[in-house]
Design a protein around this ligand. Structure first.
Ligand code: ATP
Ligand code: MG
Ligand code: MG
Ligand code: MG
Length: 470
């Protein structure tokens, strides 16, 4: 049966409730008391204190559907069928309670009996030294040994920076030949979209102190994660996460705004999928209180909003369009995430402002970048001057990553070191302007408090004066 995304979320949480788990609400995307992580990127991330024993969990068995952001996947978005920067991760967790036997048996039961997937298309993998997990799949679940894949640390050992970690067992689904890369040897573990990884079961036995020193945890834990969107791709038998029921309506809205038909032009489709993903990310980030800025989480948000705006331009959309799309995101997700509805006006305003700022300069910036490309081509140069990239950043609001990726598409790079030098010079100037500028011996801060208009003239010192060849 072709269950919808909202149904699947419910089915999962209810299944694990029936196995004694407490269903908890998704945590915020902003980590709480955790400096090792910019944004929550997995269901287990906000539960770390329960895994380490630092805090007592409300129950030893917990299940969640956690909103996640993975900026590391940003380059994949739009290009693979299965990656978003934003996605929902279904998870069941054991804090010193059940271990490998139950976790493996229940994941199999959920996929084959509750959801009804074809067992012949499912393939488990285990960490190559994990004989215990291998034996459970073979003897208890009854999978033929040649269908169980053994992988090394890179794929089947899970850790997120400091904290609990351990070997894992993933479950892959064969979507069929038409999704394959066609290369010889394409099988489970191939990077193409045919054998899609759907679920990761992590057997958390160790603790990483942040310097790769491992100790065995007193209590053994289970941490699993299954992409809700990916599960829906399989169940609904559609091409990508951008075709599943809830996300599809957003994709259609983008096509409508851009006056494009999906699947007519591959380059357009990449932009359509990318905007679809990025507006979801932006909407959820803002609802969790993140504001666009030039640093940290704020920079991630700024980058994805501006990246989406640029792809809007590539599709020929003029003017602002992202806040409108954000409405569709909220409509589609408010059942699972009521905070979206509560904060919708705030979310629209932040997006409108950020897009508005960038809109004023994006066309000029893109034109300048095109000229720079032209002159690099003439000169036979492959690398953009750092000063030019800095000017694009400082005057035209182009995040460095955006400039880099636009140039990469044409085979150029950026001198990042020189960019960083300009950035540091500017920061230094701003700092010394604040510290040492005085008027007739009076400290500038005193002066500021007398006449606010003076403050704005001093802001002039903060503006960049880095030499530019533009
Ligand atoms: P992949 O190898 O396909 O990039 P992963 O091994 O990085 O996936 P995990 O870190 O094991 O993924 O996360 C657990 C599950 O979360 C995955 O099995 C997948 O279903 C889902 N998932 C991971 N990354 C994404 C993403 N960027 N978009 C959507 N779902 C994802
Ligand atoms: Mg990945
Ligand atoms: Mg993987
Ligand atoms: Mg994985």
């Amino acid at each position: 049966k072709k269950y919808g995304v909202n149904e699947l979320r419910k089915m999962y949480l209810e299944f694990f409730e029936s196995k004694g788990h407490l269903a908890m609400k998704s945590f915020s995307l902003v980590p709480h008391n955790d400096n090792s992580l910019l944004l929550i990127n997995a269901g287990m991330a906000p539960l770390k204190p329960y895994f380490t024993g630092q805090e007592i969990p409300p129950r030893k068995r917990v299940t969640t559907c956690q909103k996640c952001i993975r900026t590391g996947d940003i380059e994949n978005v739009g290009k693979t069928d299965r990656h978003g920067t934003f996605f929902e991760m279904l998870g069941n967790f054991s804090f010193g309670d059940y271990f490998k036997h139950e976790a493996i048996a229940w994941s199999w039961e959920f996929l084959t009996e509750v959801v009804g997937l074809d067992a012949d298309r499912l393939y488990p993998s285990v960490y190559l030294e994990d004989d215990e997990a291998f034996a459970i799949w073979r003897d208890e679940v009854g999978i033929a040994p040649e269908r169980i894949f053994k992988f090394g640390k890179e794929d089947n050992f899970w850790e997120h920076g400091a904290g609990p970690c351990g070997p894992c067992s993933e479950i892959y689904y064969d979507r069929g030949e038409k999704y394959g890369c066609g290369k010889p040897g394409c099988t489970v573990g191939c990077d193409c979209d045919r054998y899609m990884e759907v679920w990761n079961n992590v057997f958390t036995q160790f603790e990483n102190d942040g310097h790769n020193n491992y100790t065995t945890l007193k209590q053994k834990n289970i941490d699993t994660g299954m992409g809700l969107e990916r599960l829906a791709v399989i169940v609904q038998d559609v091409g990508s996460i951008f075709d599943v029921d809830t996300i599809r309506s957003l994709r259609d809205k983008i096509c409508e705004v851009a006056k494009k038909t999906y699947k007519e032009n591959e380059q357009d489709d990449i932009s359509i999928r990318l905007i679809t993903d990025h507006i979801r990310s932006a909407t959820f980030m803002i609802s969790d209180g993140i504001m666009p800025s030039n640093e940290g989480r704020g920079y991630v948000l700024r980058r994805i909003i501006r990246r989406a705006a640029r792809h809007g331009r590539l599709l020929g959309i003029e003017g602002k369009f992202l806040a409108e799309l954000s409405k569709t995101v909220i409509e589609g997700s408010k059942d699972g995430y009521p905070e979206l509805e509560e904060k919708k006006d705030f979310i629209y305003n932040v997006i409108i402002q950020e897009e508005g700022k960038f809109n004023k300069t994006i066309d000029q910036g893109l034109a300048i970048l095109a000229d720079l490309e032209e002159s690099m081509k003439e000169k036979g140069v492959k690398e953009l001057d750092g000063q030019d990239a800095f000017k694009l950043y400082d005057t035209y609001g182009f995040p460095l990553d955006l400039t880099k990726e636009i140039l990469e598409e044409k085979g150029y790079t950026v001198n990042e070191e020189a960019f960083q030098t300009c950035m540091n010079e500017q920061k230094e100037k701003a700092r010394s302007a604040r510290k040492t500028t005085n008027y007739m011996g009076a400290d500038v801060t005193v002066y500021e408090s007398i006449d606010p208009s003076v403050t704005s003239t001093f802001v002039g010192y903060e503006a960049q004066e880095c030499d530019s060849k533009i």
